[in-house]
Design a protein around this ligand. Structure first.
Ligand code: NAP
Length: 300
């Protein structure tokens, strides 16, 4: 099979769509024939070497944390799924013709493969963030970075919970935020003041999905520092905010089941831009620019 891969750290030019060993489903896993896999910033953080701790590269690097496709191998202990089922979910090295998923949900038949692929990381991260912040009906939530992959899903899933959502973006994405139901504010210098003005009252929780605003500004909006949660600024914990990278606080199967349901009901709409796998570098250049609307998705 072919997989997106890199043998040296660098920019998107290091990526190759080339032969790789076939993966197999271990216990509790599925293998899929991939129909689409999304780009997440963690992928370019990996191939740029930013996560290497200064160590030289050992072996070949592969990319991708979510995908959608057709099940072709079912691992020991997995029930309720059979070869031939159409699923989407989270895994490792998913930007390939064949990939292993560790958590999944059935693809709603009305949902495009690319949209389903885009929903894995963004959906699970959003469910986790909103649950940890205990966002409830009647709450006012600020999502900092609401137009990106995670942000746009978090905005819509918070609205489903009955919250009022204020979200930030660049000028170019303010209308997009309105379209998905948020009250838009410009990010950057003075964002906390603009959020306060838009809220016209207390803000109950802040979900930082961009990691760009000084955490002190975000904490100034919340009833207490722990009601600021970041998935992108891990130094925020020093100021009393909470951070999450998944792991023990993740409930991926429940999250993906919820996401599938919301997609099927059109209560969650994900805007996607697709690229063939052999043009992945173009998608990564856009992702690295930091100004993505919705999700970038790779397709065979
Ligand atoms: N910890 C976890 O579990 C977890 C999971 C998933 C993602 N993440 C991390 O979360 C971050 C976002 O991921 P993503 O997939 O949503 O990325 P993305 O699709 O590239 O979106 C980035 C968003 O950030 C916005 N942005 C840029 N500058 C900003 C600023 N100064 N203030 C506020 N927002 C700003 C952009 O808005 P404009 O386009 O309008 O400029 C864009 O919509 C990444 O760092 C990623 O690694 C963490």
């Amino acid at each position: 099979m072919r997989a997106l891969q890199y043998k040296a750290y660098g920019g998107p030019e290091v990526l190759e769509w080339a032969e790789a060993p076939d993966p197999h489903a271990g216990p509790g896993q599925l293998r899929i024939a991939v129909r689409a896999a999304s780009v997440n910033p963690i992928d370019w953080k990996a191939f740029s070497g930013a996560m290497s701790g200064g160590e030289p590269m050992a072996g070949t690097g592969y990319l991708g944390y979510d995908a959608a496709g057709v099940v072709d191998e079912v691992g020991d202990g997995v029930t309720g799924v059979a070869v031939g089922d159409e699923v989407f979910g989270r895994g490792r090295n998913t930007q390939a013709e064949s990939a292993v998923l560790g958590s999944w949900a059935a693809r709603p038949p009305s949902i495009d493969w690319a949209v389903a692929a885009a929903a894995g990381v963004a959906g699970e991260t959003s469910e986790r963030g909103l649950r940890l912040l205990d966002v409830k009906a009647g709450d006012t939530l600020f999502v900092d970075g609401g137009a990106g992959g995670v942000g746009a899903v978090a905005v819509q899933m918070a609205l489903v919970r009955g919250a009022r959502v204020i979200a930030s973006a660049s000028e170019a994405n303010l209308d997009y935020l309105r379209e998905i139901g948020a009250t838009p504010v410009l990010y950057g210098q003075g964002v906390a003041e603009r959020v306060r003005a838009a809220a016209g009252g207390p803000v109950d929780a802040v979900f930082d999905v961009a990691g760009k605003t000084p955490v002190e500004d975000l904490i100034s909006l919340a009833p207490e520092p722990s009601q600021v949660l970041s998935v992108a600024n891990f130094t925020a914990a020093r100021a009393g905010a909470r951070v999450t990278g998944g792991g023990a606080d993740s409930h991926p199967m429940e999250a993906l089941a919820l996401v599938a349901d919301l997609l099927a009901q059109n209560r969650l709409v994900i805007k996607v831009q697709t690229f063939p796998f052999d043009r992945a570098a173009e998608a990564y250049r856009i992702s690295q620019s930091g100004h993505v609307r919705g999700k970038l998705v790779l397709v065979p």
